[in-house]
Ligand binder design. Structure first.
Ligand SMILES: C[S@@+](CC[C@H](N)C(=O)[O-])C[C@H]1O[C@@H](n2cnc3c(N)ncnc32)[C@H](O)[C@@H]1O
Length: 720
């Protein structure tokens, strides 16, 4: 924002900002136009003109997500607004042009998430590995590797001949006999790997997992092929020894130089099962690994409206546009006061009404941190916040952290390197959320350090401290640190002194990774189900009288609640489909705001649960462009397969239409085009029938602005 605008800021009302915005827009200064429109909306959030000009300016700045957001806000005020309807169509065209120019459609290719997933050893795995090793040695007697020996060539030949006989016996279906022959062959030549492998397979078929594994263990490591390592992984998994199973699959993957996709997939399946098993134990779902990465499946049939599971955030922060709405900074609970809810008229209420409100309004137990920058609903939340992260970023303990809260309070505006005030943090969510991620890591590392009586966390401590964030996928390679230099430096300074002589170096890589980790997993949510108004109504239950009646009438309006962004560990495994079968709604989890995953279409046992990351009412091409831009994948969902992009291409066979003979669309949905009746019939049977008259989810997908991600940025996706 320029100094000239800055000076008058305190004197402007919404109209003043709007005029400024229009002026800047006419001069082509779209950034200032957007800033002023946003300022107008902060004062009057139902100002439709401000929504339009904000949307228009954001489009010119190519900030399409933001532009879409403002238009949608405008439509909430006036759903039939013609200007917005037209400009939304323009936005779609611009968006498509933009993507076509970048030639993105051409880049559509096979996608397999396994390429992005690391097989890192988790720090806590060392102990688990030793524990499993003990089980293997004591329960399964697997320590007996073969001693090195030289086998007489005659015996070797003899063993090979017996083995040929074993093969014939297998063809005759005599497994037991074939096992015996393998044993005779191995008595002659204990080093015969084929015999060991064969006996292992036959034993597995018979369900003798232990004997099967004994043979694989007896094969010297240097002689184990990719298949042997993979086979061992399967057996160890069957025995319920996941860390060893991962070890064997990892060996198979590295030995094949990452070419054995099956081994890599099996590795990730075991990992998903062991990491998510404990989280899903009470729900009718399980996490598995597919080509789209971690994915959630129903373990029994689920009916529309059922809650499949609930989740609470590991880390959260407000969306900046809600920064002035009172809420607990730790748990997102609404801290709405009567004055905020009833507005100016509250002061004019008669004394009996005011005293009834005072008496029945839920007790205010809120506390402020001594830094005055964070408010909590009660002392418990304050303590938790302090222990989990706040003491690292509390301005009273860390002077550099003032800048972080200033940035939040100024909705992302701050001084750039030339001392000019501008938007230095673009995402919708507060930068405090990002800082909390590092603060949580530091707190945990320091805790482990103290536990071990050390003065610095070890490498292992740091690795362990990152465990809670490992569940969230990371993608994005563009250098965000260079796009947000002021915030990058701010974070570096804050974490350069974490107290007790500990520092955490925020490298560019670390900054980018955590930024992207937040961006591709955040879900917005709020305490809409549990505001003080809900408390008031509950407390009024059974209270009769005229004042109560008046009060009940006055509480008809929905209270304003602050929207937060949160990282939910289980929910973050939900993949997207444009015909989503679950939707995310606000919920109360363990008494605190969280999310519920509610079934939107009936599910059978084994079906994958899909949410939506976008507004699914958009046309196919826009949906796909949007998903690629923000999440780096081309949607291949059922709906995208059986809807088309226009009359130029047959949705079924891909044939191009002649200029003067465009194809006809499906008479029902008008979203698929066919070159012939034959194609239409074929498509109908193949799958169009399932999506033709599909009802869309009415719940806002609530994805978070992904403004800084450019479409070429997704190549570095990996589990972090
Ligand atoms: C919030 S995560 C969902 C869980 C993810 N599969 C994982 O392993 O963590 C979002 C990422 O999942 C992947 N994804 C989700 N839906 C997808 C789809 N329909 N097709 C391909 N990839 C998808 C993309 O990589 C996306 O960036």
């Amino acid at each position: 924002m320029s100094e000239e605008v800055n000076v008058i800021i305190g004197h402007l009302d919404a109209n003043g900002f709007l005029q400024n915005s229009e002026l800047h827009f006419s001069k082509g200064d779209f950034l200032k136009a957007l800033e002023n429109a946003k300022a107008a909306l902060q004062i009057e959030n139902k100002n439709i003109k401000a929504c339009i000009i904000a949307g228009r300016s954001a489009t010119r700045l190519k900030r399409f997500d933001e532009s879409y957001y403002f238009y949608k806000e405008g439509l909430k005020i006036d759903p039939k607004n013609k200007i917005i309807a037209e400009e939304l169509i323009d936005l779609q065209k611009i968006l498509l042009d933009h993507f076509d120019k970048m030639g993105i459609e051409a880049k559509e290719q096979d996608y397999n998430a396994v390429h992005f997933c690391s097989q890192d050893v988790y720090p806590e795995d060392k102990e688990l590995f030793l524990l499993e090793k003990e089980i293997l040695e004591t329960k399964y007697k697997l320590e007996n590797r073969l001693p090195s020996m030289i086998v007489d060539p005659i015996k070797r030949k003899e063993a090979a001949q017996i083995l040929m006989k074993a093969h014939k016996i297998i063809l005759a279906g005599e497994t037991e006999d074939a096992i015996k022959q393998c044993t005779i062959a191995l008595d002659a030549d204990p080093l015969n790997i084929t015999a060991r492998q064969l006996r292992a397979r036959l034993n597995q078929e018979k369900g003798n997992i232990e004997q099967s594994l004994q043979d694989l263990y007896a094969i010297p490591k240097e002689n184990r092929s990719v298949d042997i390592w993979k086979f061992g992984g399967i057996l160890l998994h069957q025995l319920g020894l996941p860390v060893h199973a991962e070890f064997w699959y990892r060996k198979a993957t590295t030995l094949s130089q990452m070419k054995d996709i099956e081994a890599a997939m099996m590795f990730q399946k075991v990992r998903a099962e062991r990491i998510y098993g404990p989280l899903t134990i009470n729900y009718p779902i399980k996490v598995n690994f597919t080509k789209y990465g971690r994915s959630i499946f129903a373990t029994k049939g689920l009916k529309i409206g059922e809650i499949a599971f609930e989740d609470k955030p590991v880390v959260l922060g407000k969306l900046l546009q809600y920064k002035d709405i009172s809420a607990c900074d730790h748990c997102a609970a609404s801290l709405l006061t009567p004055a905020e809810y009833f507005g100016e008229k509250y002061m004019e209420f008669n004394p009996p009404l005011r005293s009834l409100i005072k008496e029945k309004w839920p007790k205010d137990e809120s506390v402020r941190c001594s830094c005055q920058r964070q408010v909590y609903c009660n002392a418990k939340c304050q303590n938790e916040a302090w222990e989990q992260y706040h003491q690292i970023i509390c301005p009273n303990k860390n002077v550099h952290a003032h800048a972080l809260y200033d940035l939040h309070d100024n909705a992302g505006y701050g001084l750039n390197k030339d001392g000019i005030r501008e938007e230095i943090w673009v995402p919708q969510y507060s930068p405090i959320l990002l800082a909390r991620m590092w603060a949580m890591i530091v707190m945990e590392a320091k805790r482990l350090m103290r536990k071990n009586g050390l003065s610095q966390p070890t490498f292992q401590h740091w690795a362990k401290a990152k465990t809670s964030l490992r569940k969230f996928i990371v993608f994005g390679k563009s250098n965000v640190a260079s796009k947000l230099p002021e915030v990058f430096n701010m974070m570096r300074e804050i974490f350069s002194d974490c107290g007790d002589g500990v520092k955490y170096e925020i490298t560019e890589e670390e900054f980018n990774a955590r930024y992207y980790q937040a961006t591709c997993n955040l879900q917005s949510y709020s305490s809409s189900l549990s505001t003080p108004i809900h408390g008031l109504l509950k407390n009024l239950n059974g209270v009769n009288g005229i004042t109560t009646m008046i009060l009940l009438k006055l509480t008809k309006e929905e209270p304003k609640v602050a929207t937060f962004a949160g990282m939910f560990p289980l929910h973050a495994s939900l993949n997207h489909a444009c015909d989503n079968n679950v939707e995310i709604i606000d919920g109360l989890v363990d008494g605190r705001p969280g999310v519920y995953v509610r079934v939107f279409r009936d599910l059978n046992a084994g079906d994958e649960l899909f949410t939506t990351y976008i507004d699914t009412t958009m046309p196919r091409k826009i949906r796909r462009a949007w998903l690629f831009k923000s999440f780096n994948f081309w949607c291949q969902c059922r709906r995208c397969q059986f809807e088309g992009d226009g009359p130029n291409i047959c949705t079924n066979c891909g044939k191009y239409a002649q200029e003067d003979k465009k194809f006809q669309h499906c008479g029902k949905c008008k979203k698929a085009w066919y070159c012939s009746l034959q194609c239409q019939k074929e498509a109908w049977v193949k799958g169009h029938i399932a999506i033709c008259q599909l009802q869309h989810s009415m719940v806002n997908p609530k994805t978070i602005d992904t403004d800084l991600q450019d479409s070429t940025s997704g190549k570095g996706k990996k589990m972090y």
